[in-house]
Design a protein around this ligand. Structure first.
Ligand code: LLP
Length: 448
């Protein structure tokens, strides 16, 4: 077991996070429970901010809210001096509710609605990241009617697709996002945006993938984008001052994962940017990055109560917990891998290989295939690690399971940052039409 962050084992043999006994957390707040280690969130945010500042003084780290966003999280992001990337009216609303400075908000999305665009303009968000030609038009229209000028980045598809361990550069790009670089769309978009009096074109954006374990794809993306900025200068006579290279830095989910240290991404990006700018004769733009997973992923642990254990001799042992794909759909969706420990037996040697199943009515509802645990029994608490990113944010009420609570732990204190949903919450948006309640129908009323 990797005891990273503030994880320790106390004298009772219980797993502790942020100075809090996880078994007590489970008792106090119930399970499933998302536990967020504040020190780890802050440590990661700082490591990124400091390493980018060291290599590129004019840089900004923008937290990707899609990985985990609540109003308390917005407060931490604000305090750590990061920007905030939001991708929907709902995420923007969360930021505004938390009092997050709107000028530090970057608003993304490949199909923003008119309402979302207006909400963003009225709030005064820092940048809108424009994805397509329809949005350019909608944004101009909205800015005109609100008598404002929108500061924009254009999302470009640079033709680099990076996966965990490899990346490909293709001329042909198949992506729903952004203006394609290779077919002239990107340049056309730059021309349109630069010519629009309602818009202030600040720069460009790209995002090449997520959970990327190498620094080279980011360097390649930086070179391609700066090459394009050179083309923009030549062809459209415009010098762009900002370049946002998106998120995607990899993290360790299981012991086999070996992502580079966070500072190595900054170093590689800085080098590529500086070299490419020298070659193209451009001033070094302000560089932005948008990490999500690398800030919140390792900070999250989910606590479950172990229930039934089904042994199929010679085949597999299924250990069911009181959550599953509702609070963590990543195993079912992506084949994600996790490590876990029996929190109340954290001092014991793991001796039994089991597969952790959820409680949803679906065979694919698995959390971990094959994990070695110490004497797991019904009633024990299972802690699944590295569940801070894209778990709560992708959680659902499948099977009408209420979504779990989340607590923020730090130096022995545990504070609720998300209340557990109740059964009442589940039905609170349901409506029963009158005609199903025995009320007379319109036709009947007409006859009377
Ligand atoms: N910026 C943009 C434009 C993005 O699309 C993303 C992630 C990020 C930043 C943040 O990427 P990160 O640093 O977190 O890798 N649900 C999937 C991940 C989807 C990522 C989507 N975009 C998962 O659970 O793995």
């Amino acid at each position: 077991m990797v005891l990273d962050g503030t994880k320790t084992i106390n004298s009772e043999g219980h797993l502790e996070i942020g100075g809090c006994d996880t078994v007590k957390l489970a008792e106090q707040f119930g399970t499933p429970l998302y536990v967020f280690d504040e020190a780890v969130i802050r440590r990661n945010a700082r490591a990124l901010r400091e390493s980018f500042a060291a290599h590129l003084p004019r840089s900004e780290v923008i937290y990707a809210g899609k990985s985990f966003l609540t109003t308390a999280m917005c407060k931490i992001v604000e305090q750590e001096g990061l920007g905030l990337d939001v991708v929907s009216g709902g995420e923007l609303y969360t930021a505004l509710k938390a009092g997050f400075p709107p000028e530090r908000v970057y608003f993304h999305g490949n199909n923003k609605s008119e309402d979302e665009i207006r909400l963003a303009l009225k709030a005064g968000v820092g940048r809108l990241v424009v994805d397509n030609f329809l949005e350019l038009e909608m944004l101009r229209e909205a800015a005109r009617s609100l008598k404002t000028r929108a500061r924009v980045l254009l999302r470009i598809t640079p033709g680099i697709e990076a996966h965990t361990h490899d990346y490909v550069r293709t001329g042909q790009i198949d992506s729903k996002f952004g203006f394609t670089l290779s077919n002239g769309q990107a340049l056309a978009a730059v021309r349109q945006a630069a010519a629009a009096p309602e818009l202030h074109l600040m720069g460009l954006h790209c995002h090449i993938g997520s959970q990327i374990f190498e620094v080279e794809p980011f360097a390649v993306a930086a070179r391609v984008m700066i090459g394009f900025m050179g083309e923009v200068k030549e062809e459209a006579g415009k010098i762009l001052r900002e370049l946002d290279l998106g998120g995607g830095f990899g993290i360790t989910y299981t012991h086999g994962d070996r992502p580079p240290e966070l500072s190595r991404y900054a170093a590689a990006i800085a080098r590529a940017v500086t070299e490419a700018c020298q070659e193209t004769g451009l001033p070094v733009p302000k560089i932005m990055v948008e990490p999500g997973r690398s800030i919140t992923g390792p900070a999250g642990t989910t606590l479950y109560t172990i229930g039934s254990i089904k042994e199929i001799p010679g085949v597999r042992t299924y250990l069911a917990v009181d959550g599953g794909m509702g609070d963590n759909p990543r195993t079912a969706l992506y084949g994600a891998k996790y490590e876990a420990v029996v929190a109340n037996k954290a001092d014991l040697e793991p001796d039994r290989v089991v597969s952790v199943a959820g409680k949803c009515c679906e065979s694919g509802d698995m959390l971990i295939w094959d994990v070695c645990l110490a004497d797991p029994r019904p009633g024990d608490i299972l802690a699944v690690f590295c569940t801070g990113a894209y778990n709560y944010s992708m959680a659902s009420n499948y099977n009408r399971l209420p979504r779990p609570a989340a607590v923020l732990v730090n130096e022995g204190e545990a504070d609720l940052i998300l209340e557990r949903e109740s059964y009442e919450d589940l039905v609170s948006h349901d409506r029963i039409p009158g005609r199903l309640q025995g009320e007379e129908s319109k036709a009947e009323r007409a006859v009377l």
